[in-house]
Design a protein around this ligand. Structure first.
Ligand code: UDP
Length: 498
């Protein structure tokens, strides 16, 4: 624990600031929110994380561990009203959702949690002082209003994505942005030329049937008391400045929050518990490999791959002739894949480790043997790789991932695109034949071949990792940003209580 901050009660007693964090129930949103909880608690705050019965099972072990280390983090478990909107039993996390209709129902069910959350927070002691809401939970606006709480928005994605997708929307009727979803253009209002198609630069809910939700999300951001973004100033300074100017709001960049997991034990528990045996098996496997020789392959928690794409990835990894760890999600383990995989495992036994379901990603990326990360460019994965100095091979599947790829490949130049030429079919994950084994082989070679370009890329990645760590240390930009955010809450609480 680094620092203790207290707020004076009117009677002269001291009270800790009490933050209530309301994540979106999706791994890519809950994980950084729980990291933020640890960071706030390490500064002496009391933190309540709102969750549901199923979702707490994924985080309980980490929270228990944090509590045992003296961090004051509570879980406030509310029932998820899925049944009321016709969602199947136990469907509490976005990774359970399969169809567009279920997405709509899921967000409707979330909004129905407002009343129960107000009732739950009224019973909390000490009284909450500030609500931090995932940007995808606009319904928390009424909760904060009813309880008279400060309300901050927590943005999971990069500021580059937030700015670009906002600009594309704002300039949509100006003629600078084509109406056609697949016609290339340069994103307006950026310091450099970044060419995309519109389908790659949409805001989170710019999809048919979700317009109202997008409106509510925009409104909740516009009326918030401040924005917290999981990024660091040295990484995204121009975009942070432009976004701040566009919104006229205070932004606190406080990341990379994954660096809150300093101890190896946290990296194993993060997001889902990995057993000690499994962690040891992976660790031993990595220990036996040369420095920066292993390609780690994972596509996050929501992206899906067709069997034919899975075959191309597998055979591409085989053809690379280099060691690899490949995480295959349960949802991608279709009968064709189940049948095909054992043979590939057999052929690559000496240098391949295939993990099914969940892997302790930060633990793996932290290992010196990992030299490349083939990723879908989810912002958490991207930032984890950046903060650990691992060059990336990028294959975005959906949502903000396309713009994150642009940031990594064109701006930061710490990654190579799996498919360098603009391929508009890239935006449809149903499309077959997007990638071939040769793409995988070529991209791994480009990152690992030790040539001048590869070395310069690796060097840039290492430099960013140094800056990321510095940002999170006392005196660093993100550390001080978090201090300012907490101070803002304390100042407001004192004024309110006076
Ligand atoms: N993750 C993990 N193990 C896995 C898959 C994912 O630890 O097997 C973590 C990963 O480290 C990251 C998060 O889950 O923190 C995924 O978030 P991201 O934004 O990268 O992608 P999303 O899943 O939201 O598409």
């Amino acid at each position: 624990m680094t620092e203790q901050i207290h707020v004076m009660e009117p009677g002269g007693g001291q009270q800790k600031p009490h933050f209530v964090l309301v994540p979106l129930f999706a791994q890519g949103h809950m994980i950084p929110m729980v990291d933020l909880a640890c960071l706030l608690a390490a500064r002496g705050a009391l933190v309540t994380v709102v969750t549901t019965p199923f979702n707490s099972t994924r985080f309980k072990a980490l929270i228990d561990r944090a509590n045992a280390c003296g961090l004051l983090i509570r879980l406030a478990e509310l029932r998820f009203p899925g049944a009321e909107v016709g969602l199947p039993e136990g469907c509490e996390n976005l990774d359970h959702i399969r169809t567009h209709e279920e997405v709509i129902k899921y967000f409707l069910a979330l909004s129905m949690m407002a009343g129960p959350l107000v009732a739950c927070l009224r019973q909390q002691w000490p009284k909450p002082t500030c609500l931090v809401s995932d940007s995808c939970n606009p319904w928390t606006r009424s909760v904060a209003r009813e309880l008279g709480l400060l309300r901050f928005i927590f943005h999971g994605p990069s500021c580059f994505f937030l700015l670009c997708s906002r600009n594309v929307h704002e300039y949509a009727s100006s003629g600078d942005v084509p109406g056609d979803m697949f016609q290339p253009f340069f994103i307006p209002g950026l310091p450099q030329k970044i060419e995309v198609v519109r389908a790659q630069a949409l805001r989170f809910f710019d999809y048919p049937g979700r317009e109202k939700l997008q409106e509510q999300v925009t409104e909740a951001e516009a009326t918030a008391d401040g924005l917290i973004i999981n990024t660091f100033r040295e990484l995204e300074a121009p975009y942070l400045d432009l976004y701040q100017k566009a919104l006229g709001k205070t932004i606190w960049p406080i990341g990379p929050v994954s660096l809150a997991n300093k101890e190896a034990e946290y990296t194993v528990l993060r997001g889902n518990k990995t057993t000690a045996n499994e962690a040891e098996r992976i660790s031993n496997w990595l220990d036996a490999k040369d420095t920066a020789s292993v390609t780690y392959v994972s596509f996050g928690t929501l992206a899906a791959n067709s069997p034919s794409h899975t075959f191309e990835i597998g055979t591409g990894l085989e053809a690379s002739n280099r060691p690899f760890i490949w995480v295959i999600r349960q949802r991608d383990m279709l009968p064709e894949v189940e049948k095909w995989l054992p043979e590939l495992e057999e052929r690559t036994r000496s240098r391949g480790l295939i993990l099914k379901g969940w892997a302790p990603q930060v633990m793996i990326l932290s290992h010196p043997s990992v030299g490349a990360f083939l990723t879908h460019c989810g912002w958490n994965s991207t930032l984890e790789a950046l903060s650990l100095g691992v060059p990336m091979i990028t294959w975005p599947h959906l949502s903000d991932q396309f713009l994150n790829e642009n940031l990594v490949v064109k701006v930061l130049r710490t990654g190579v695109a799996l498919k360098p030429q603009m391929n508009t079919r890239f935006v449809s994950r149903e499309s077959e034949g997007l990638i071939a084994r040769e793409d995988v082989e070529r991209a791994i070679e480009a990152v690992m071949d030790g040539g001048e370009e590869a070395q310069a890329r690796r060097q840039r990645a290492k430099q960013l990792a140094i800056e990321a760590k510095k940002a999170m240390e006392p005196g660093g930009s993100s550390y001080e940003s978090l201090t300012l955010m907490i101070q803002h809450v304390l100042d407001d609480t004192v004024v309110t209580d006076a």
